[in-house]
Ligand binder design. Structure first.
Ligand code: ADP
Ligand code: ZN
Ligand code: ZN
Length: 749
């Protein structure tokens, strides 16, 4: 017998499978990990398939060294998925296979954790006799007595009562009374999480109706739903009920959340209802925890998997349901190589594994809602909040007016008034500021110079020390993490009139603390959520009521359920609206609607204050009314007229190089190549609505100069062939520049 092995090296030249002989007595299956001789070394690989035929001179075929696990680490449908993804992304199979395994598992960087157990081997009578006769060593006697009460026991537990029991255990083992064994243990992440929302609510009429559609499809398998429910309509309760039914059928559930910040709440609700059958998978776990959770899922001990986008690859053998919560979030798309969209992967898995799919959001993406209208998904709607709670009352504040009235603070007078009321009534408030740091940029009053990152074409943000002292601060680049000391004079003209402008989360927090001394506040942004429990710690501080005001970036906008929050303030609503991206309107609408939805989720109705310099903007107005339908219709029309997705595909060839001329040359050469190809393929040419060689929004990034060719393409079978050609063009690009082909890039900058 022979097997085909994909060796774990991502290099074009070794992208094909290699044939190895299976030694006598070794049993292997597709998807199993093996160690194989490769060149002069040993490498890890994954069995792609088994054959009887060597296909070449058998004498030249080397044998598999050993199997790394006794079971296939990559399940058959996930093998097929990896193959499909490699085909679509035009990348080596070794790369997509990596997505299916915890990174630590490769090259054996984590081990199975074990603990020592002591177990009684002598029969009870004999052990009791030995204990009674044990005059010389009180330790041995105590150990035997403990084991007579309960056996086996972990050695560490024995050590709680018997100090330093090792010697005594050894002599008891030598006397044949006990046996020491190693037992595998699992590291459980977030074990100390407090459990919330434990009781099953009687369902609202709307939840009931939605479940009447969903539950029968779980029995049949293969339903596809878009659940559009307003903020606070109780979508999670729908997921919990659907999960319960899936478990009853002996199948498993994957629940995706868009950000790690949302896992603690979700895990807490699911653990409260289902106990330890739920597992967590995300990148902030320790290597050991992630590996152990992965194995718990692979063995079927964990029946519910909760995690961020990569959890869509969880090794569930009996998948029955995938839920994608907040499906509109761009975090479901991975920008790293190999690129993927977790929603597409979920759909593909569900189709292949006979599972059902629920995409859910209060603000579905234009693409998903359009698909639902076309009949690709069954649209389910929950237009009202639970328990007749009203939607929050939203007011728009014109910040130009504030300035005219002499208010230069980041907080409008109206928001300050509302905060005053909210805090004096003992309620809580959330403030959204979609930019971290203190000041958003530094500029010279004399010559207009703006301090930009030397590595990137973006202005640097001023961060102050945690006690609010500007002197302890620095400038940070939010693209590459580069830092510089704060300048005291203009680096360009030497003037001392260098000033700080704009505001970030730090400034907002400081302003609240200045206006309301003694009010405990917390801040949640990239700077405060380091470490694996960073998010959980801050959220718990707020949830418990110890902190009264939560200031944060878009991290706080979605999904969180804090019933005591009665006031939400949006400090600068137009920040996202000005980005040069055709999706900036959609993103602004989603962000404002979602964050407004955090108010009034408990018994007391909520209020929202949106501060903006563009109070008349229709997107801001529709978000204030929480009118998704109106927004969808308008945006859909706009995209139809100006030919943006879903009516077209945006794509780009991006050339990057440390050498500007090389980037420019690569872009020119590619343009030439593409023009020739289009001339040779009129059927491709018809699909190209626009092709522009240009400077991208960010001209250099992390020290790389960038050039792009932007495409707007009509969709169709020929488009796929054209994109295949563009991918190959990117890969073949030579010279000093690196070229990427991006299909509907997450970020157009
Ligand atoms: P959504 O995700 O739709 O914004 P959640 O699932 O977070 O809403 O639910 C909002 C709140 O309503 C939660 O505190 C939840 O416990 C509560 N809730 C959900 N369903 C019910 C119900 N049927 N009866 C009472 N409260 C409910
Ligand atoms: Zn200057
Ligand atoms: Zn930078």
């Amino acid at each position: 017998m022979y097997c085909q092995v994909i060796v774990d090296i991502a290099h074009e030249n070794v992208a094909r499978p290699f044939t190895y002989r299976i030694p006598e007595g070794m049993l292997l299956e597709r998807g199993q990990r093996v160690a194989v001789p490769f060149g002069y070394r040993e490498k890890e690989g994954i069995v792609l398939g088994l054959t009887e035929e060597a296909g070449m001179d058998p004498a030249r075929i080397k044998p598999v060294s050993r199997a790394l696990e006794a079971y296939p680490a990559v399940l058959p449908p996930l093998m097929t998925l990896a193959e499909e993804m490699a085909r679509n992304a035009h990348c080596p199979l070794a790369e997509t296979l990596r997505l299916m395994l915890p990174a630590e598992m490769r090259r054996e960087r984590v081990r199975v954790k074990t603990r020592k157990m002591a177990e009684l081997t002598a029969d009870r009578e004999k052990a009791a006799e030995a204990a009674a006769a044990e005059k010389r060593s009180p330790k041995r006697r105590a150990i035997l007595e403990m084991l007579l009460r309960e056996s086996p026991l972990p050695a560490e537990e024995i050590a709680l009562q018997v100090r330093d029991p090792r010697e005594a255990l050894r002599s008891l083992e030598a006397a044949g009374l006990i046996r020491m064994t190693e037992e595998e243990t699992l590291r459980t992440p977030a074990a100390g999480l407090r459990l919330d929302n434990a009781q099953w609510h009687p369902l609202t009429e709307e939840q009931q109706e939605v479940l009447e559609e969903v539950l029968p499809s779980l029995e049949r398998g293969g339903g596809r739903f878009l659940l559009h429910g307003v903020t606070g309509s109780g979508k999670t309760e729908v997921f919990l009920n659907a999960a319960r039914r899936t478990l009853e059928q002996g199948r498993q559930v994957i629940l995706l959340v868009p950000e790690i910040a949302l896992t603690p709440q979700m895990v807490s609700w699911f653990r409260a209802r289902f106990g330890q059958v739920s597992a967590v998978l995300h990148s902030r776990l320790s290597a050991g925890e992630r590996y152990d959770e992965w194995r718990r899922i692979r063995r079927g001990e964990a029946r519910i998997v909760i995690g961020a986008r990569s959890a869509v690859f969880a090794p569930t053998e009996e998948l029955g349901l995938i839920v994608v919560d907040e499906e509109h979030e761009s975090t479901y798309r991975s920008d790293h190589h190999p690129r993927y969209d977790a929603r597409e992967v979920a759909e593909s898995r569900c189709a292949r594994e006979g599972a059902s799919l629920i995409l859910a959001s209060a603000t579905p993406s234009i693409l998903s809602f359009a698909k639902a209208r076309r009949g690709d998904y069954l649209l389910l709607e929950m237009p009202r909040r639970v328990a007749d709670r009203p939607m929050p009352e939203v007011r728009i504040v014109d910040m130009r007016q504030e300035l005219e009235n002499g208010n230069r603070s980041v907080l409008s007078r109206e928001l300050v008034r509302e905060l005053q009321g909210c805090l004096s009534r003992g309620e809580q408030a959330m403030l959204l500021m979609n930019r971290r740091g203190f000041h958003s940029f530094v500029s010279c009053r004399s010559c207009g110079y703006v301090v930009k990152c030397p590595q990137c074409d973006v202005s640097m943000t001023c961060h102050v020390s945690e006690d609010g002292e500007v002197s302890g601060g620095e400038l940070r680049c939010h693209y590459c993490g580069n830092t510089l000391p704060l300048p005291t004079e203009c680096p360009s003209c030497g003037s001392r009139f260098i000033r700080y402008f704009g505001a970030g989360t730090q400034k907002v927090q400081q302003e609240v603390e200045r206006l309301f001394p003694g009010t405990p506040t917390v801040r949640m942004d990239v700077d405060t959520t380091g470490g694996k429990d960073g998010h959980a710690r801050i959220l718990e501080e707020f949830r418990s009521g110890r902190a009264r005001v939560l200031v944060g970036t878009q991290m706080i906008a979605k999904g969180l359920d804090f019933p005591q929050v009665t006031l939400v303030g949006v400090i600068a609503a137009d920040l996202t609206l000005n980005l040069p991206d055709y999706r900036s309107r959609e993103r602004t609408f989603q962000l404002l609607t979602q964050v407004a939805g955090r108010a009034g989720r408990g018994r007391i109705p909520g209020r929202v204050v949106i501060q903006t310099y563009r109070p008349e903007d229709p997107v801001i107005r529709m978000a204030a009314r929480q009118d998704y339908r109106a927004f969808f219709e308008e945006e859909f029309q706009r995209r139809r007229i100006s030919l943006y997705p879903p009516f077209t595909v945006m794509a780009r060839l991006l050339a990057q190089s440390g050498n500007e001329a090389a980037a420019e040359r690569a872009a020119e050469e590619m343009e030439e190549r593409v023009r020739e190809a289009l001339a040779a393929h009129p059927e491709w040419k018809k699909k190209v609505l626009m092709m522009n060689r240009e400077l991208p929004g960010v001209r250099y990034l992390r020290g790389q100069h960038r050039r792009q060719i932007l495409f707007k393409l009509l969709t169709g079978p020929e488009t796929e062939a054209l994109c295949g050609f563009l991918t190959e063009t990117a890969e073949a690009a030579g010279g000093e520049a690196e070229v990427l082909f991006e299909y509907n890039p997450v970020n157009m900058m």
